[in-house]
Design a protein around this ligand. Structure first.
Ligand SMILES: Nc1ncnc2c1ncn2[C@@H]1O[C@H](COP(=O)(O)OP(=O)(O)O)[C@@H](O)[C@H]1O
Ligand SMILES: [Mg+2]
Length: 209
């Protein structure tokens, strides 16, 4: 693979779908190929954004309204972009990011509230960055919710919204993959970790040809 420009890759999907697992496997595979790559995540990925993360992922479900969440996620994203993502892309590195704006589009734009336009408007003013490739990992919400809560991470505020919420998220991500066809790849996540990971690596290799 020959990369002359940085490449911005994001992972999206419902809670427990395998995003973190697949981010790590892609990072390891690219690293093994000797490619300069960094792995990061949202909310978080920079010192300031990690502080905002702790406000978002713990506590009661009604701790924040959907509108306040959009502002907090966008503030965290701006810091992450300034401090971590853009500097790496400028150095022609590959950036693998576990969640980005598509999560806000679907969580606050579709599943929690009907605020997609607000998310997009704020994004166009403050962030102005879209990924080159997005992998949306598609899984059964029931299984994923069980997997997610079993981690006991203490970061389960969004899992606590329940199964119906996760079903809305799945539909939201699936719809998004249809409207953002050129960069979004809907990946069947209900297979072994290795099968999923091979598909993802092949798409990245094709993109880089
Ligand atoms: N393809 C898979 N098959 C079975 N279990 C998986 C698979 N992918 C991930 N897992 C497991 O499911 C749980 C949730 O995966 P994780 O990557 O943390 O999801 P996410 O980051 O999307 O919330 C973890 O315990 C992980 O080991
Ligand atoms: Mg994760």
């Amino acid at each position: 693979m020959n990369f002359t420009d940085g490449l911005f890759i994001t992972f999206e999907g419902i809670d427990g779908s395998g995003k973190s697992t697949q981010s790590q496997l892609l990072y390891d595979a690219l690293n093994d190929l000797g490619i300069s790559v960094i792995q990061t995540r949202e909310p978080g990925g920079s010192i300031g954004a990690e502080i905002i993360r702790s406000l978002l992922v713990s506590g009661d479900t009604d701790r924040w309204s959907a509108e306040t969440e959009i502002l907090l996620f966008t503030a965290a994203r701006r810091d992450h972009l300034e401090k971590t993502i853009q500097p790496a892309l400028t150095k022609n590195q590959i950036v693998i990011c576990d969640r980005f704006v598509d999560s806000t589009r679907v969580y606050q734009g579709v599943a929690r509230a009907d605020l997609r336009q607000t998310v997009d408007e704020l994004h166009s003013i403050i962030i102005k960055k879209e990924p080159d490739i997005t992998f949306i990992i598609d899984t059964d919400p029931e299984k994923s919710l069980t997997r997610g809560l079993a981690r006991n991470s203490g970061e389960d505020r969004f899992e606590e919204f329940g199964l119906e919420f996760q079903k809305k998220l799945r539909n939201g991500f699936s719809e998004l993959s249809k409207t953002e066809k050129s960069r979004c790849h809907l990946i069947n996540g209900m297979r072994s970790k290795e099968e999923v990971s091979n598909d993802i690596l092949n798409i990245v290799k094709d993109y880089a040809k």
